[in-house]
Ligand binder design. Structure first.
Ligand code: XMP
Length: 514
């Protein structure tokens, strides 16, 4: 991609993706690389700035992650954050040691406004601190430009060499003016013009796809989720009828979702493409009959999905390209770009390519974060309802029904979930809650309705706030909203006589139930 860019060198910090996202919010393209990346590769990138992330280690210990000090002599501005700041000082001759007072949480920082890092930042500002070690002495050529009550070097700079070190985390939202500081670095100090915009990204991608595909045939597996939908529309706009989308309805989608996907991509929708909907509901239900073990259920759904897709692909015959809705966090988490590889093996890549006869993969969203995918979707004119769809797991309602999956249970959970979503949307809470849905427990209990004894299922409502889906807190849905949802579910959904709210955070719970 011919874009001005800044790179993030990842030392294992939990916020590496957040740093890159914040930089992109300044309209500067940013990529993440492991600290193991060769300096020659970095030199060849023509990067305008380098950011070193935090990390869990102590830089003065023998086998801590490090880098060649040549990095600081390239003439490219470098900003070290937390561990990155300490490492910079340590390597350049300063002193880093265990802090007498460990700082954690929101902290008042006093900044020297003559530093270009703090242009337009308040003299006293709230920052997020999280460190055991501290910089007790800066390296030669550096001056201290911020401090706190307990931390003598909260930031330091060597203006002549364009090296900057910040002990706190400007990338997290708790640092009130953190975005401004990152903006000052990438747009001010690095001199980036700010050319990374979704409208031009979409336009360029469509052009590139056209050139790449030529007269070839392209196949896309459409799930109805945001990523594959945006990828499909981009392809449709680029190559129209050369694209075939296969949408497998496994019967584990949210209420009406299959029809909604068909409305957008089917023959009555706005795009010229070949749309194949496979109604495989019964096939999935019969495979899942009697199966209660969560991992087994996930495997069955995944395998069956591939099998159905394979059958369709065979009918279509050989294609030149296969589209995948891979996005940047998938790339980073798969260990292709960053250090966070081991944390999570993600669910979207793998499987499909083996069963399709194709020459090459096209991944038009490979460089985008989720919020950028959504912006690209809006640029492409995709309905907001689809663009702002909540995350939905590949195995669908199969993992929101505890125990055996049946058509009847799918109906219950679909109806309950639709009511829950409708009521949450009415209150406007849908804009602020990260993810929310109804699930069906495998618990039946005694109740009484209209003088009659009932023995029915309990529905569990879940709502979580999360930044990265790796940790989450239960959201505080107002009690009256929960009561309204409960009352509607019990009255409108046959087979349910109890509604519970799940208070569990992650960890120890996961967001989904299986
Ligand atoms: P958990 O349940 O692991 O969920 O806390 C974290 C996030 O990942 C989603 N999720 C999945 N997404 N395939 C997916 O594409 C899956 O198998 C899957 N399992 C969980 C979940 O909805 C939540 O956003």
């Amino acid at each position: 991609m011919n874009q001005e860019k800044v790179i993030v060198i990842d030392f294992g910090g939990q916020y590496n993706q957040l740093v890159a996202r914040r930089v992109r919010e300044c309209n500067v393209y940013c990529e993440i690389y492991s600290y193991k990346t060769d300096i020659e590769q970095i030199k060849a990138m023509n990067t305008k700035g380098i950011i070193l992330t935090g990390g869990p280690n102590s830089c003065y210990e023998a086998d801590s992650p490090t880098y060649t000090s040549e990095l600081f002599d390239l003439g490219i501005p470098v900003l070290g954050l937390c561990y990155g700041a300490q490492l910079m000082m340590h390597m350049l001759g300063g002193k880093v040691e265990k802090a007498p007072v460990r700082e954690y949480g929101k902290t008042e920082v006093y900044v020297d406004k003559t530093s270009p890092l703090f242009d337009d930042v308040s003299e006293t500002t709230i920052c997020w601190m999280s460190h055991f070690d501290y910089i007790s002495k800066v390296a030669d050529g550096f001056r201290i430009v911020a401090h706190t009550a307990d931390c003598p070097v909260a930031a330091a700079e060597n203006g002549a060499k364009k090296l900057y070190a910040i002990q706190f985390h400007p990338e997290v939202l708790h640092t009130k003016e953190g975005s401004k500081m990152l903006y000052n670095f990438v747009r001010g100090i690095c001199g980036c013009a700010g050319t990374w915009r979704m409208d031009s990204f979409v336009e360029n991608s469509i052009k590139e796809i056209r050139e790449k595909v030529g007269g070839g045939k392209v196949l896309c597996a459409l799930s109805g989720g945001v990523d594959s939908s945006v990828a499909a529309v981009m392809l449709a706009k680029a190559i129209g009828g050369q694209l075939t989308c296969v949408f497998v309805d496994h019967g584990l989608l949210r209420k009406n979702e299959g029809d909604e996907v068909e409305e957008v991509f089917g023959p009555n929708g706005p795009y010229e493409l070949n749309f194949i909907r496979v109604n495989a509901q019964e096939r999935f239900y019969s495979k899942l009959a009697g199966v209660t073990e969560p991992e087994r259920k996930r495997k069955i759904i995944g395998e069956e999905f591939i099998r159905v897709f394979e059958e369709e692909a065979k009918k279509i015959g050989a294609v030149d390209f296969l589209v995948q809705g891979t996005i940047y966090p998938d790339v980073v988490e798969s260990g292709l770009g960053g250090e966070s590889a081991v944390i999570k093996s993600h669910h979207n890549v793998g499987g499909l390519p083996d069963c399709v006869d194709f020459k090459e993969i096209i991944e038009p969203l490979r460089n985008l974060f989720k919020d950028e995918v959504r912006k690209a979707g809006l640029e492409l004119g995709i309905p907001e309802k689809l663009v702002f769809r909540q995350p939905f797991p590949g195995p669908g309602l199969g993992i929101r029904i505890i125990g055996e999956v049946t058509a009847e249970k799918v109906r219950i959970v679909q109806d309950a979930d639709a009511i829950y979503r409708e009521e949450i949307a009415k209150t406007g809470l849908d804009k602020s809650i990260g993810q929310y849905f109804a699930a069906l427990t495998n618990m039946r209990s005694v109740g009484v309705m209209g003088d009659e004894r009932t023995y029915d299922y309990a529905v569990a409502l879940r709502a979580v706030n999360t930044v990265d889906f790796m940790t989450a807190e239960a959201a505080e849905v107002p009690f009256e909203v929960l009561q309204r949802v409960m009352s509607r579910i019990i009255n409108e959904v046959r087979g349910v006589n109890r509604v519970m709210y799940d208070l569990t955070s992650k960890p120890p719970g996961t967001i989904e139930f299986e």
